[in-house]
Design a protein around this ligand. Structure first.
Ligand SMILES: NC(=O)c1ccc[n+]([C@@H]2O[C@H](COP(=O)([O-])OP(=O)(O)OC[C@H]3O[C@@H](n4cnc5c(N)ncnc54)[C@H](OP(=O)(O)O)[C@@H]3O)[C@@H](O)[C@H]2O)c1
Length: 255
């Protein structure tokens, strides 16, 4: 049997790239999904190959079931196995409910929630052949406490938590575990874009709205994903792990 295989959605940059790198360090072959930025996805692949693992790209918008099927075909054609699925692709845009049109609402739900369902449903037959299948859904503290200006995003990410817990129960007795990682504002393009949009400086936010004085680093999220993927975590399922520098317990989000 060859090395274990992980599919990481949204792996061209940000948390997905960090997760792919940490999994590659553990010897996983990686399928790097992205939506648009092929050059960034290629950079991820080049980095992964430095760790001596196989890595292939799979372009697909996770909110489109047909493209999701194409992405799963890439997994089957290249490896014919899947051990770890990390549903990481996500997107958010600051808009208060009163100003939100239906298109913007729908897009949040399609990418952040429907996408998790589409990918998971198609990945399950492969995961069920693994001796220890893992599904790890990247959600947000927005899905736990709700964040003003991010109602659609918060609703979708809360949905991911509900999906995680329900699926863990459906897969009771199987070799697949299902968990979620709820992330606080992190140092990625997406995280930093919220600071630009609100006009709050990173330093101010770190001082007032975290308990540790630092935003989340992508590698911190990646290491917990590695742990949940490991044999040590075989008995952990249906849980939500928070990586947030204490942001859930700090002051209200400033917008
Ligand atoms: N950063 C934070 O502060 C933060 C906090 C809490 C939760 N999260 C969650 O963590 C996850 C990763 O966020 P990030 O900060 O790494 O974001 P990011 O830096 O903006 O990267 C987003 C990644 O997702 C991909 N993507 C976006 N829409 C997609 C779609 N429809 N189909 C497939 N891929 C798609 C992008 O691909 P392209 O490069 O091709 O566009 C990119 O690889 C998301 O689920 C996000 O909601 C982030």
């Amino acid at each position: 049997m060859g090395s274990k295989v992980a599919l990481v959605t949204g792996a061209s940059r940000g948390l997905g790239r960090a997760i792919s790198i940490e999994l590659a360090k553990e010897g996983y072959s990686i399928v790097v999904n992205y939506r648009k930025r092929e050059e960034d996805a290629r950079k991820t692949i080049d980095t992964l190959k430095k760790y001596g693992v196989d890595a292939v790209m799979a372009k697909a918008d996770v909110s489109d079931p047909l493209q999701v099927q194409d992405m799963i075909n890439v997994v089957t054609d290249n490896f014919d196995r899947l051990d770890v699925l990390v549903n990481n692709a996500g997107w958010g845009y600051l808009t208060r409910v009163a100003d939100m049109d239906t298109g913007l609402w729908d897009r949040h739900i399609r990418v952040n929630l429907d996408g998790v369902f589409y990918v998971t449903r198609k990945a399950l037959p492969l995961l069920s052949k693994s001796p220890s299948g893992r599904i790890i859904n990247i959600t947000s503290i927005a899905g736990i406490r709700g964040l003003p200006g991010l109602a659609a995003y918060s609703a979708a990410k809360a949905g991911v938590i509900g999906f995680t817990k329900a699926l863990a129960q459906e897969l009771s007795g199987s070799s697949i575990t299902v968990n979620a990682v709820a992330v606080g504002f992190a140092k990625t393009e997406m995280g930093l874009s919220f600071f630009k949009a609100t006009g709050v400086s990173v330093e101010d936010y770190e001082a007032k709205y975290t308990l540790t004085g630092k935003l989340v680093e992508p590698v911190e999220v990646a290491r917990i994903v590695v742990y949940l993927s490991s044999e040590d975590a075989r008995n952990i399922t249906g849980n939500v792990f928070v990586v947030d520098s204490g942001q859930l317990l700090a002051l209200p989000f400033p917008c």
